[in-house]
Design a protein around this ligand. Structure first.
Ligand SMILES: [Zn+2]
Length: 235
């Protein structure tokens, strides 16, 4: 049961028929593992706290040197800023993982409802093993994108099934704007996954580019010849 102050805090979500009191309780019980520093991850962190995700795990291999407009000070900001926004949200830091990265990460992934990470991480494979949804994100140059992989069954694509957008670009302040814009969309997808609102097959690739504000949504199907999930599923 939600307390009175929770009903007040989340009233704008609770009145949505897709959420309601039960949905809000689900969000409060949910946990999201966030890996890597970047404008999209930082924006997501704030929105995840605001919607009432109960626990947010932050995985960093090294001391985070943040550079974005949102949290310019230090890694302390990774705890204090979201908690100021929503004191109910627990922030847990994981500094690297001991032992074999894939084994350790899949154990960690099992403790979370889903994970968000850049593409250059073992966390994707760990989530696939742990059968946890994985949202692959990247912000580079003037563009941000994310891919949602639900990865629960043989019909769902993994991130390796997809030709992910790659672009060598110099850092640009526009990437922060793209991240602000796309971060809200990313967390909407997280909420949909937690509440089971999207049962469709396939992954979704969403891209946003500034300053043109080009927005692009693509449905991605499983690649039967995928070198990763084609092989691992037959084992
Ligand atoms: Zn695949």
């Amino acid at each position: 049961m939600l307390a009175d102050e929770q009903i007040e805090r989340y009233s704008r979500q609770i009145i949505l028929p897709q959420v309601g009191g039960k949905g809000q309780e689900k969000l409060l019980r949910a946990s999201v593992l966030l890996n890597g520093a970047g404008p999209l991850q930082e924006t997501a962190l704030l929105y995840l706290a605001a919607v009432g995700i109960g626990t947010i795990g932050i995985l960093t291999d090294e001391e985070v040197g943040l550079s974005s407009v949102l949290m310019p000070e230090s890694s302390d900001a990774l705890t204090t800023v979201p908690q100021r926004l929503n004191p109910e949200c627990a922030i847990v830091h994981h500094h690297g993982t001991e032992g074999h990265p894939l084994t350790a990460l899949s154990q960690l992934a099992r403790n979370y409802t889903l994970a968000i990470s850049g593409p250059d991480s073992h966390l994707h494979d760990a989530c696939y093993i742990a059968r946890r949804p994985f949202l692959c994100v990247q912000s580079v140059g003037t563009q941000c994108w994310f891919l949602t992989c639900r990865g629960y069954d043989a019909s769902q694509p993994c991130a390796h099934c997809v030709q992910l957008p790659t672009r060598e670009e110099a850092p640009s302040p526009f990437v922060d704007l793209a991240a602000l814009f796309l971060g809200a969309q990313l967390v909407t997808e997280v909420v949909k996954i937690i509440l089971g609102l999207d049962q469709s097959a396939g992954a979704t690739l969403v891209r946003c580019e500034f300053p043109d504000l080009r927005f692009d949504v693509q449905k991605v199907r499983k690649n039967p010849d995928c070198s990763y999930c084609g092989h691992s599923l037959s084992e």
